[in-house]
Design a protein around this ligand. Structure first.
Ligand code: ADP
Length: 268
């Protein structure tokens, strides 16, 4: 059985980031993106990451995925040192990167072909199940250009989940959506995650979105990025629906995070 065929029992993996520094060589000289970054992420944890633009959030995800190498320090996923691109991963970006010449279901099934996981037909039921979960039942034979931005991004999330990756990296996935669609997507993502139980790292600029989704919010400093603090949200009971945002507890968490940015001079 392939590592991807875990029959619905996908479990997240723990990540240990120890003393990671990343320096890019640029035409203007070295640029330090991350500094002495250390963090333990639990298996199955939903971690939101907030921080000012350019503080190294995307760099962090690229390092975890093994697509970039750190300058110092190490990253371990389930105790395994990340030394090369880590394949058992789902990545969702702000841009959906759908292929307009493939139908919705063919887009969702693309990783099966790329990773040569066997006959695509075997995964069709899983693809349909994901599309249904994402509210896209009936759209499987449509083409991406026939869909709205929110629907396209849902397809890209289904595509990221088709292999049941234990680790899902999301880099501002809702950044290009209008605010109402964004709010609905956030609510739907929580439901999808609860069914999949994978470890999720979710970058956002939106403090409310970060709190609504996460078990814990990581607040990063200005560049070079380091951990300013992390905020546990265990007291925001699950399942959560959007109305939780109106509660004093939710507001308090969001305000605490905003105050950190004010204290650091990131928000004025
Ligand atoms: P964020 O995701 O928080 O906006 P990034 O991780 O994209 O931040 O970038 C952190 C810093 O590193 C920025 O100053 C950015 O310009 C720089 N940077 C990112 N990628 C590269 C690269 N490939 N080469 C040089 N500098 C880079």
């Amino acid at each position: 059985m392939s590592e991807f065929e875990n029959n619905g029992s996908a479990k997240g993996l723990p990540i240990k980031i120890s003393g990671v520094t990343k320096v890019y060589e640029t035409s203007d000289g070295p640029l330090q993106a991350l500094e002495e970054f250390s963090l333990d992420i639990k298996a199955g944890e939903f971690l939101s990451i907030v921080g000012p633009s350019g503080c190294g959030k995307s760099t962090l995800l690229m390092l975890i995925s093994g697509l970039l190498k750190s300058s110092t320090g190490e990253i371990r996923i389930a105790d395994q040192l990340v030394e090369k691109p880590y394949t058992d991963i789902g990545f969702v970006f702000q841009q959906d990167f759908l292929m307009d010449w493939r139908s919705v279901i063919e887009n969702v099934l693309l990783p099966i072909e790329i990773k040569k996981l066997g006959p695509v037909e075997k995964y069709r039921d899983r693809a349909m199940e994901l599309l249904e979960m994402a509210g896209l039942a009936g759209f499987e034979n449509r083409y991406p250009y026939e869909l709205s931005g929110g629907m396209r991004q849902r397809v890209s999330i289904c595509r990221a989940l088709i292999t049941r990756p234990p680790l899902l990296l999301m880099d501002e996935p809702f950044g290009a959506l209008d605010s109402l669609t964004r709010e609905q997507m956030t609510a739907d993502l929580v439901k999808i995650w609860q069914k999949n139980c994978n470890t999720v790292l979710f970058i956002t600029h939106n403090i409310y979105e970060a709190v609504f989704l996460a078990d814990r919010v990581l607040v990063m400093s200005k560049r070079p990025g380091r951990v300013l603090y992390t905020k546990e949200l265990d007291d925001l009971k699950r399942p959560r629906d959007l109305s939780i945002q109106d509660t004093p507890l939710f507001q308090k968490h969001a305000t605490d995070i905003r105050h950190t940015f004010v204290k650091e001079g990131i928000l004025k």
